[in-house]
Design a protein around this ligand. Structure first.
Ligand SMILES: [Zn+2]
Length: 367
């Protein structure tokens, strides 16, 4: 039986929400051998201040971190909470935040682009008001949800264009030209356009890739409308998935790394739409391993295992300056079942493969 060990890894993009259920979502990340997490700030209310106590309109990074730790996150060797960039974010907030030690990253959401992104503000605003300058100067990482907002339906998703394509061709060249030293993570990229853009940049520009964008295409979403695969950015075409697979499995990959974008939704589809986000807590390394094999990587070989380790365990921590832990876990090529997560509030969260009709994973994780 194929079996290999890896250092504990960091999920550098995940959602843990707020309230008592946070503990269930954090436990799911502990179960999959995470050394640490980057916990997204699109909570209710958003994490839009750095220090002090939470208020009715916002969390602070300091207060949200305290909650994450109290909900079981104290076992992680590190937790990064990015600041949600809103209309109220100022260059002074970035400088003072860096001084405080709490501010290490900040998140750009396109206005109204995805779940709880109502506080997002256009990219141009932060290019002009000094916020990105302050981040470049202080080394605060910009986490980017790279999709253009406010497009018509036919520009939003079509054969030769989509919201991510538009964002990476219209805005990103300007951004990197104006702020050449800004550290940027292009999050959950889905297109050949984004892969090509990131590949053409220097070491200060990296990208995260989710399991779902490596495994599936728009056809999987549409065949039987599998709404558990509905996430933003949307899964794309074969050529896009092939570009993502090439990037993450390349022998020269140093800048593409794991960030699951795992997002729990107790209610996915409603009468007026569908919540965006796939839940991959408990099982992300197994899904990534499945995706590497689908990409033609032989995980029975040392070479294949090295490529996988770079993507899952090495590249992300190096970029964020996190310690790769000594502690290790094992992946075994033996089937394991996928379970619904029932939270302490009694809600059920359906993990992605179950929503796709797959109730067994080809890999088992042991820690
Ligand atoms: Zn996300």
């Amino acid at each position: 039986m194929i079996s290999f060990s890896l250092p504990y890894w960091y999920d550098l993009h995940a959602h843990f929400r707020q309230g008592t259920v946070m503990a269930d979502y954090i436990q799911a990340h502990i179960n999959m051998a995470c050394a640490g997490i980057l916990a997204m700030p699109n909570t209710k209310p958003p994490v839009s201040r750095v220090t002090g106590s939470a208020a009715d309109e916002y969390w602070t990074i300091e207060s949200y971190l305290k909650d994450l730790r109290a909900s079981g996150g104290h076992v992680f060797s590190d937790i990064i909470v990015p600041l949600y960039l809103t209309q109220d974010t100022t260059p002074d907030m970035i400088r003072a935040g860096t001084q405080s030690g709490y501010l290490r990253a900040a998140k750009y959401y396109p206005p109204h682009g995805t779940t709880n992104s109502d506080h997002g503000f256009p990219l141009r605003h932060f290019m002009e008001n000094g916020v990105f300058s302050a981040m470049e100067e202080t080394g605060v990482v910009l986490c980017l949800h790279g999709e253009e907002h406010g497009l018509t339906g036919s520009d939003y998703f079509d054969q030769d264009t989509n919201a991510e394509d538009v964002f990476y061709t219209r805005h990103m060249p300007v951004l990197v030209q104006k702020f050449p030293k800004l550290k940027i993570v292009c999050e959950h990229i889905t297109t050949r356009t984004a892969v090509d853009f990131v590949s053409a940049q220097g070491d200060n520009v990296c990208a995260t890739v989710t399991p779902q964008h490596l495994l599936y295409t728009a056809g999987h979403l549409l065949q039987g409308f599998k709404y558990h695969l509905y996430c933003l950015p949307l899964v794309k075409f074969n050529a896009d998935r092939a570009a993502l697979r090439d990037a993450v499995t390349s022998p020269t990959n140093t800048r593409f790394f794991a960030g699951t974008d795992s997002a729990p939704h107790a209610v996915k589809a409603t009468a007026c739409g569908c919540a965006a986000g796939c839940f991959t807590g408990n099982i992300a390394p197994q899904l990534y391993a499945q995706a590497f094999e689908d990409s033609g990587v032989d995980l029975a070989t040392k070479n294949g295992q090295t490529l996988f380790q770079r993507f899952l365990c090495d590249n992300g921590p190096r970029f964020y300056g996190l310690k790769v832990p000594d502690k290790r876990f094992t992946l075994k090529k033996t089937p394991s079942p996928v379970h619904i997560l029932t939270t302490r509030e009694g809600t059920d969260i359906t993990p992605l493969p179950l929503g796709m009709g797959q109730d067994t994973l080809p890999w088992t994780l042991e820690r």
